[in-house]
Design a protein around this ligand. Sequence first.
Ligand SMILES: Cc1cc2nc3c(=O)[nH]c(=O)nc-3n(C[C@H](O)[C@H](O)[C@H](O)COP(=O)(O)OP(=O)(O)OC[C@H]3O[C@@H](n4cnc5c(N)ncnc54)[C@H](O)[C@@H]3O)c2cc1C
Ligand code: SF4
Length: 509
Amino acid sequence: MRHLILILGDQLDAHSAAFDGFDPKQDALWMAEVSHESTKVLSHKARSTLFLSAMRHFAAELQQRGWPLHYHALQVSSPAQTLGAQLQADIARLQPQKLIMVQAGEWSVDQELQAVARAAELPLERREDRHFLASTEDFAQHAKGRKMLRLEYFYREMRLRYGILLEKGKPVGGQWNFDAENRGSFGQDGPPLRLPPRRFEPDAITREVIAVVNARFANHPGDLTLFDWPVTRAEALEALEDFIAHRLAQFGEYQDAMWSGEPWLFHSRLSAALNLKLLRPLEVIERAQQAWQQGQAPLAAVEGFIRQILGWREFVRGIYWHFMPGYIEKNALEASRELPGFYWNGKTDMACLRDAIGQTLRLGYAHHIQRLMVTGLYALLAGVRPRAVHEWYLAMYVDAVEWVELPNTLGMSQHGDGGIMASKPYIASGKYLQRMGNFCEGCRYDPGQWQGPRACPFSLLYRDFLRRHRSRFEKHPRLRMQVRHLDGLSEAQLKQLELDAEALLQSQL
Ligand SMILES: Cc1cc2nc3c(=O)[nH]c(=O)nc-3n(C[C@H](O)[C@H](O)[C@H](O)COP(=O)(O)OP(=O)(O)OC[C@H]3O[C@@H](n4cnc5c(N)ncnc54)[C@H](O)[C@@H]3O)c2cc1C
Ligand code: SF4
């Protein structure tokens, strides 16, 4: 065998760089489902099912082309295995002259596979992942000489580079960013009527995976009777069309809105298909741009959606590779508590958290503002170790791959990187949640109170967060107004605040 080409579970694109120069007469492909990828964090059943089913569908496509493929399918009885150990055994068996792979989506997997190649004294050609629109080198160039990295400047560069929403080199509509128009909430009547998102019934391959996952990972979170994610490129393209036709037009306006019992609202549900590489970011962006050109969706909605993919998604990947391996250890706010137990079972009286965590445990999905401003915000205010928060997010979401999950969790949501991802921590009291959703109406707490038996835990911990980090943020241009909430409090009141917060957090361990 000349080359053994490694295809990882989130690299399911037959046009990826891994296939460049592939010659089925001399080379072979290698894919492996290993238990360790589902157990190194307590992977949600839907996440494991999605990865394994999409891998098996992709493998079937490769086999249909008649390409030689060495595939390890996880069975209920297969021994526990890591990716590196499986590769090591297969190198000994297959004796390739060289290994080829595209850069992995996780730093430690990348390292693990390189170490296996070194130990076997085999050359490993590691290729850049051209799925992404900015290479790691492009990002390094962008970062060079800048004191601070900010999404907005990176995003403008990407718009110019790819000619997206431009007219004669200028942004269409006269501005780069329509964020100010994209902050709507639903009001008393709740979300407007809309069709439910397109579901994909599990086929025979997915049903087989579901049986393995249910048996093998029985104690992991998730309910697979609800599994309906796209697992092939054809299904992912259908999901994209469904979003463009039925939700894109209102995506912007309701991007930050929440409503109890409504997991999808106007979100695209495309992150997992994108992260598995069933969809290419540029085709998604261009399809959204076309919808605007054809009058199917307003500019603010389309710009808002494109910014998430051409901006945020590429930006967080740049941050990940630029700052790893040290990034995962960062803990700028020196947070040291453990994650409250209710993150694993959803049992809490806080209606907003019960809804977001309950939905996550059931479906493996929550939309961005639930992740950032409900589960993420609570962990931040409570002072939970960023690493523990990271492990929860990596385990829970169907779209979780470390390159995208870690900067979002540790950086954007927990401010663990001290301001690399975002200039200030995203902090708010229960009043913010009251404005953006309807949870507070059915909650035993009152978002307007931070003391006494009905004090909203968010509102209490918000003040305690400001108290703990007062000296760090009192001169911060975008936070000093918030720190001034403490100005009227006496020493005795501040002490009581500390005691109340401590008592609350102790009761949640
Ligand atoms: C704490 C935290 C953890 C997160 N973990 C992940 C993760 O593991 N995997 C993941 O793909 N996204 C993650 N995100 C980003 C975002 O929440 C999800 O991409 C989004 O909720 C997925 O749902 P959707 O496809 O319906 O997205 P939509 O709301 O429809 O957005 C459209 C697309 O934009 C992209 N996007 C939007 N926001 C971001 C962002 N901040 N970073 C990167 N891409 C973005 C996604 O590809 C998404 O599909 C996280 C955000 C937070 C705050
Ligand atoms: S009152 Fe506080 S805890 Fe209850 S739903 Fe509102 S924000 Fe959440």
